[in-house]
Ligand binder design. Sequence first.
Ligand SMILES: Cc1cc2nc3c(=O)[nH]c(=O)nc-3n(C[C@H](O)[C@H](O)[C@H](O)COP(=O)(O)OP(=O)(O)OC[C@H]3O[C@@H](n4cnc5c(N)ncnc54)[C@H](O)[C@@H]3O)c2cc1C
Length: 274
Amino acid sequence: MKPPPFTYHAPRDLPAALRTLAEVGGKVLAGGQSLIPMLNMRLAAPGHVVDINRVAGLDGIEVSRAGVTVGALARHADVERAGAHPLLTWALKLVAHPAIRNRGTVVGSLVHADPAAELPAVLAVLGGHVRVARWDCGRVTFREIPAAEFFVGPMESAVGPGELAVSAFFPALEEGSGAAFHEVSRRHGDYALAGACAVVGVAGARVACIGVGGGPVVIDVGGDLSSAAARVRDAVDPDDDIHASAAYRRHLVGVLAERALRDAAREGAAARGA
Ligand SMILES: Cc1cc2nc3c(=O)[nH]c(=O)nc-3n(C[C@H](O)[C@H](O)[C@H](O)COP(=O)(O)OP(=O)(O)OC[C@H]3O[C@@H](n4cnc5c(N)ncnc54)[C@H](O)[C@@H]3O)c2cc1C
């Protein structure tokens, strides 16, 4: 299949990209690993495509004590190699295949907001945020969208028309915490049937589940890990599809959440020397 016709724009800097988006709208092209298949399958037909790959300064990966800031053009593979955040690194190894990770971007995956994608769950469980820019009355303005408000529904994020997500911030794990991510997919590299990532610290535990709702489903487990699987199964709302029934997904996500919590708790205890 060939994509429907569109006008292609290749701005060289952020103001030019934002001006173009403000003037003509259209879709941002980052790694193209989701947008190009959608165009070719005619699931999207934007009149304009704004390719941000030549925009300078968007490929940074900045590490501080507070966490990791990933620019809009940082590829999955770059962030994985940087190894700057243990949970992000773990999750990235579960995303697709190396060829896709060489082009796909972390921020693009967040904006794409596939309910089965790993990175939205990582942002959600850590309580991170996405920084978004727009062209407003002749200047560039920014806003920060917390993870809890970012994932609006299946394939829908809070990035509005004319906006460009410029970076995402993943908070560092607190000292003495551990994290883990487990999922099951039909073939290695496929989107997961279901998955769960967990962060366990001295103050409590949180899980974010994928493939079982319209976006990442976050559950505060507190200190009681023994009832976590049941609470996770109560909180999720999976669908039936050709790959698995809702009942199977509900059961599976409980098992995976329990496993992720157990591994995260073990890692946290080791970090505390307990
Ligand atoms: C065979 C295959 C298997 C895959 N398996 C997985 C998997 O297991 N897990 C997983 O998480 N992903 C998977 N993916 C998707 C992959 O991770 C994509 O790279 C990712 O979803 C989108 O990133 P991208 O940079 O390619 O975005 P693009 O394809 O360029 O864009 C995707 C969408 O996000 C928008 N967008 C992108 N960047 C921005 C931005 N900075 N600001 C505003 N809008 C933006 C685009 O307009 C578009 O609507 C798979 C892809 C393929 C082809």
